[in-house]
Every structure is written in C-alpha cells, then in structure tokens.
Design a protein around this ligand. Sequence first.
Ligand code: UDX
Length: 437
Amino acid sequence: MRISVIGCGYLGAVHAAAMAKLGHDVVGVDVDAAKVDALAHARAPFYEPGLPELLAESAATGRLRFTTDLSEVVGAQVHFICVGTPQKRGEFGADLKYVEAAFEGLLPHLGDGDVVVGKSTVPVGTAEDLAQRLADAGPGATLVWNPEFLREGFAVQDTLHPDRIVYGVPEGERGEKAKAILDEVYATPLDEGIPLVVTDFATAQLVKVAANAFLATKISFINAMAELCEATGADVTSLADAIGHDERIGRKFLNAGLGFGGGCLPKDIRAFMARAGELGADQALSFLREVDSINMRRRVRMVDLAREVCQGSIVGRSVAVLGAAFKPNSDDIRDSPALSVAAQMQLQGARVVVTDPQAIANAQEKWPDLTYAATAEEAAKEVDVVLLATEWAEYRELDPVELGTVVRTRTIVDGRNVLDPAAWRAAGWTYRALGRP
Ligand code: UDX
C-alpha cells in the first residue's frame, strides 16, 4: 500500500520505517528540514536502539523516503498523523496545534477513498471533531483512530510486534471500508495473531490515556509503598517481588524509585484530568492528581536523601548524577526526573556533574548551566556523593571497588533500586536508596 506519515518524531520516524519494513511504500513528512535530511540518509535523529538498522534496511528497498513537502502525500491512500501533543504552557490540557496543522495541511491533498489515521495521543472528542470537519470538507476520505502504545527504547519492537492493535472506526459502510484498508496495512502483525480491538472513536481515544493512566498509577502505587517502607524500615523491592508474584498484580512496572518522567506519562495523565474536567467527570480522575503528586514527591525525596547523607547540607558539596535521560536506552530528556534532581541540587548550592551515555547533548541544550562529564568515572571524580538517577545497564554494572578509588567520599544514593546494597557496602560505601532500609 502507499502510505504517508505526517510527523517524524519519536513516533512517526519509527512508524514510517516499520511500515516500509512491512512491505508498504512510505513517504514520511516533517516540517523540520534537519530531521528530514537525517532520516533521508538513514540516520536516526534521536537515539533509539534498532532504528538506524531499520531505516537502512527500509531505505535499501527503495520503499521509504522523507520530505518536508506535504504535497508529496498525494498518491498515498493511507495517511498517518503522528505529530506530538505536548502539554500546554502553564496548563494541564494538551496542545493540539500540531495535530491541527497536520490535519489542515493534509486536507487539500486528500482524495476519494483515502483513510486518515490518527495515532497521536489526543483528548477524547478530538477524533469526532476531525471526522466532522473531514466530512464537511468533502474529499470523500474517512478518519480512523489507531492509538500507538510504543515505549521509547523498545519502539522498533513495539511497532512491529505490538501487544494489541486498536482501531476506532465510524459506523456503517464507510467504517467497514476503512477497517478493511487498515487490516491490509497491518496484515503481517494481524497474521501473527496480534489481538485486534475494533471499536468506536471515543473508546479508541480513551484506551490510550487509560493505559497510560494505569501504568502511572502502578508506579505511583509502589512509590507510595516506598514511603511506607521508609517510615517502617521495610524494603520496597522485596515487597514488590512478593506482591508481584500474584498474577493479578504482576511484577512489571512495580519498580520504586525516582518515578516516571518522559514525554508521555506525566503530560498524558494531566491532559486526561483536564479533559475529564471539561466533560464534567473530574471526580472520576481526581485520584490521578494524587498519582502525579506522589510521583513529584520522589524527586524531592531524592534531594532530601542526598542532603541527609551529606550531614544535613549540600551547600558546596560535589555531587555526581548518573543519568540525564528520563529512562535508559533513550536520549529523551523531556520531564526527566534525573535532570530535575540535578537542577534542584545545583539550585540548593551543590556542585553538580551530570553524565549520561546518550543524552548529554540534549541535556546541555536544555540545561546549559549544569556541568557534564562523558563517563561515570569522570563525573564521580572527587565527589562527596554519587546519585544513580537513570538505570542504564552500564551504571547497574559499575564496579564499587573501582568507583571507590575516584570519589572523595564513598556515598551512593540509588534512585532506581538497581544496585546490590551488599556489594556496595562490602566495598566500603554508604549505600542509601528510596524505599529501602
Ligand atoms: C509510555 C508507555 O509505556 C507507552 O505504552 C506509551 O505509548 C508512551 O508512554 P515511555 O514514556 O516510553 O512509554 O516509557 P515507560 O517505559 O513507560 O517509562 C515511563 C517512566 O516510568 C520512566 O521514567 C521510567 O523510568 C518510569 N518507571 C517505569 C518507573 O519509575 N518504574 C517502573 O516500574 C516502570
């Protein structure tokens, strides 16, 4: 099939390359000429494991190209909208300006029988509005809502082998035709037996935010337990293991620590609350306010713990922060708990050095006042305390004996509960963690 993908960020770039891998003929469109240039040369404009290989493989087939010219979508039958929906400045709601621009830009190029597929995470009601406007504009195209659930760091795998595929389609013959076209787009994963849920617009839009709200709630639940563990001397990692053995609960997403960040969970739960308020259903989601505040408290707790191990004051103390990305295997620093802790520590008078295997360039751009080092060893040179903020594999595998030779004081705060306390203590370190004795 001939496919266009509008918006080539974390979502669209991977989606475009994956669609070409599935055998489709794909054009990716983005307003950012530098991004288009990189993608056109099979270079990923951000760090995502497996993406460079997928881009190269798809480019070699001649089925994948990128452009800044939206008119090049003409000839494609299916048009995916993959633009971002960031949080509005100073408000909880989602900013739909990129969705608006993509939709309005696409309209004049649509033909009869085309399918416009919304993938961006939007406030429920957006699809209905766009479908109406599409009908009013009259090109004979149909809108479908097909949310995306990919995780950064696993985006290629999640796109090619998703846990499920969801379409929200309009009722009647128009909806059936559009469904048949999407079935063709996703023929390979559907043949592999990936579950398909076909539903209405409202449900399809809600599925995405409901899934993210559940994941955020799971993380904040275990972080609330971490607070109780700290108050009682219990160990939240053993607690998570024990409750996680119950299949109804499950161990995944029960890792207590610095909490969630990134471009999705924080802004999605806020936009969800804002939309519920507009719908007069704010009470239904008032618990998400608590989920958000438990999450934000983790960052404060991390700074407090650092202060505690520095005998009550961090003024003038040297601190190494391991990690800048919001999670490992990503260079994304949006709402990064690691950088928020680093900035807070610096604001409170500490001398902070941040390191990260992939995210330093992005961090430097957004937080130019912080100091950066290329490696953990360099960052930790002569410091009073080391903070592990993002659980990259290379930080999990740090040798406490070796690192102990470069620091001034052997003190580490494990913000992700990934180090072995016994090994670090045996090497002479004071080991502290969130939610562990
Ligand atoms: C998330 C959803 O998982 C994905 O389905 C959706 O499409 C987009 O949002 P992502 O933002 O890439 O994906 O990251 P995710 O792996 O969900 O992690 C989010 C944050 O939660 C990270 O900061 C991570 O460190 C934190 N986290 C995750 C925890 O603190 N504890 C956990 O147990 C799991």
